[in-house]
Write a protein that binds this ligand. Structure first.
Ligand SMILES: C[S@@+](CC[C@H](N)C(=O)[O-])C[C@H]1O[C@@H](n2cnc3c(N)ncnc32)[C@H](O)[C@@H]1O
Length: 263
């Protein structure tokens, strides 16, 4: 896939407050891989360093949430959250874009969902619509060959999301093949879409085509694990006239629908 690769966060480019907040939130979540990529957020939002830095300062307020997510994973026998590596960018994207509707396919424990919801709560507007067909862990402890994203016994999809964030959450359990067309037809617009469920070329192409009619200029579309989905994302990007923006050297990619000069 040819894509614009974005540079990692250059801490020196941010205020001391932003740098400290990022470091503390990352420590609270317990994952060094969650270092945010400033260039990726800038390219997807058109936001400048100052605006992004201000939003990253808010991560200081997310520390209790990050600790809670980490503790919930440890209590469920997960040594790390093992999911999307960009939770802080998801938060920043929603804060900067202020979408009315965020849609995600693929929830698992809800790390991405929790960060979307925290940003929507701070925006004081907008809803998150999530779809998940859970896979279940078969035994008390995660067996060999079982996925980290499977549901631990007794827990439900989104088990790491605290109750206090659930007010703006529309969570639909079942295959996105069934739920996404119905959801898309209910919404008048989708400001941000995240694909993070079944990573096959055909399924990603299906989801992108399903949300396409509800995307508007400036809407952002993200897809994780695109190493497995071939040409589906770049083909869609070409069809909407947007470059594929890759998060550093990873396979989490995004695009922003072109904004017309007069809009
Ligand atoms: C990688 S996890 C999602 C991680 C989450 N986005 C995060 O970053 O915290 C993928 C989830 O998608 C679910 N899934 C797999 N196939 C699906 C389908 N066809 N429709 C909806 N969900 C599906 C899996 O069971 C799993 O819960």
């Amino acid at each position: 896939m040819t894509a614009r690769r974005t540079t990692p966060l250059r801490l020196a480019a941010l205020s001391a407050e932003s740098v400290a907040a990022v470091a503390r939130a990352r420590r609270a979540l317990g994952d060094r891989r969650a270092t945010p990529n400033l260039g990726w957020v800038a390219a997807l939002t058109g936001g400048n360093r100052r605006a992004i830095g201000k939003v990253l300062e808010e991560l200081e307020d997310l520390i209790p949430l990050e600790e809670e997510i980490r503790h919930r994973h440890l209590a469920a026998g997960r040594t790390s959250y093992a999911q999307i590596r960009a939770p802080f960018e998801l938060y920043a994207l929603v804060r900067l874009l202020r979408p009315r509707h965020v849609v995600e396919a693929g929830v698992s424990s809800g790390v991405s969902s929790a960060h979307f919801l925290a940003a929507l709560a701070r925006n004081r507007t907008g809803r998150l619509h999530s779809i998940d067909l859970p896979t279940r862990q078969r035994t008390r402890t995660l067996g060999r060959g079982e996925s980290q994203v499977s549901l631990p016994p007794g827990l439900r999809t989104g088990w790491a999301v605290p109750d206090r964030l659930r007010g703006a959450w529309d969570l639909r359990i079942g295959p996105s093949q069934r739920h996404l067309p119905a959801l898309a037809s209910e919404l008048d617009s989708i400001g941000l879409f995240l694909h993070d469920d079944l990573h096959t070329p055909a399924h990603l192409a299906f989801e992108l085509e399903t949300v396409r009619p509800k995307l508007a200029p400036g809407s952002v579309v993200l897809a994780d694990n695109t190493l497995w989905t071939g040409e589906a994302f770049p083909r869609f990007a070409r069809s909407v006239g947007a470059p594929v923006i890759r998060r550093g050297r990873g396979d989490l990619v995004g695009l922003r629908l072109p904004v017309l000069p007069h809009s």
